[in-house]
Design a protein around this ligand. Sequence first.
Ligand code: XMP
Length: 507
Amino acid sequence: KILILDFGSQVTQLIARRVRELNIYCEIHPYNSKKYNFDNFKAVILSGSPHSVRGENPPKVDLSAVKGKKPLLGICYGAQYLAHFYGGEVGSSNTREYGRANLSYINNESPLFKGIDAGSQVWMSHSDTILSLPDNYKCIASTHDVANAAYEIEGEQTYAIQFHPEVYHSVDGTKLLENFLVHIAGVAQEWTPDNFVDATVAEIKEKVGNDKVVLGLSGGVDSTVAAVLLNKAIGENLYCVFVNNGLLRKDEFSSVLKQYEGMGLNVKGVDASQQFYNELKGLSDPEAKRKAIGKVFIDVFDQEANLIEDVKWLAQGTIYPDVIESVSADGGPSATIKSHHNVGGLPDFMKLKIVEPLRMIFKDEVRRAGAAMGIDKNLLGRHPFPGPGLAIRILGDITPEKVAMLQEVDAIFINGLREHGLYDKVWQAGAILLPVQSVGVMGDERTYEKAVALRAVESTDGMTADWVNLPYEFLQKVSNDIINKVKGVNRVVYDISSKPPATIEWE
Ligand code: XMP
């Protein structure tokens, strides 16, 4: 496996994505973490950084176990680092280079550039530049503005590049990483979904043995794939619990339960809708609603877990982006780990050991692992749905009547997207019940009823998003259907806000 040492660049995660696309397993660790050991890795990549090697406190790391001993690739800050601290000179560049550039010179004898031709477009993002290289370093590529755009060290398997091969705009970036990892470092490309499944199943068996494991299913992709992996490993010792919080989509509880049955999972459906409604009664503040839902979920889940005699483990569908400790931009050792908000962070009193089979993989890898195990394509392609469900799509207080109304609206919208072949083009979609009433006319009657908003966004990770340009004819049909079929709704609007500054959910 490959180690990516993170010096705090915004795009370090992308390096990992590119490496894994080559079917090579890698891990990201902060440069100042105590948790990695160079001995366990076949090659090392140094990431970029918001810092300058000439700054007051540049991030530093002891590379004596690596440099000259293992294949080593420095990217951006990593390249400047390997020059500056080993006898070269880094200074501020006359022209700051941000964005596209072309490699005007390439040394094709260098194995790093095998199969890459001069002129290749790369992505630069730096204000420092390498002015001179130490003696045994050899420049192997330049751009118009940057003489030392890439170098190698004679007698070592050390390479460095000023540009970012990991970003999409570096056209031959993946090829370059392949040259380094496969041809120079000799790493085998064995990280496939099938191998991941086999290795993870073996790991779970080893870790959990004959113990019982409880897992909270949500109907979503992550918890489902986690459940199927565990089921493969420990079979009937896996106890899944699917809680109906009364805030799911229309008919979702029964249809998802049925689907799980067909997959051979041992699932207990627990309908706790009333408990959730009771706790939510009269609450309008979004965070108060989230808290109430989290609390009831823990109560219900704890109660169910207690019914399983001698259960020792709690399984969770946590994925890699939730786990990666990245170096914060100020360079401090502050490690931010997001809490797994679907579960709301289970309390210590449950005294269960944790098993998280997906904690080292990204969302698209979860989907591929799921496909490799034969999980239904429709299930794997489901839109994300928030843990608090429709409670954060009903602005204001929650009543069972409002939930039922919104479920109808949502079902017409989502089914419409499916029927028109739009569902898979949208990253997430849903309907929002607004706390306003407006005047309308139906037949000869004046109406004074509710308004709903439709939201459909495209995104890659939910961090940023843009509204989807759905066809007018589609919106027209859905709007008609909703107003004609859902009693109490007489107005439909479409949300055309991007994130930021808006968010995907309204609460
Ligand atoms: P926002 O509204 O923050 O949403 O732009 C980003 C993504 O996160 C989901 N979301 C949640 N998921 N618990 C969850 O499990 C929550 O409290 C929550 N709030 C938002 C949202 O659906 C979108 O995919």
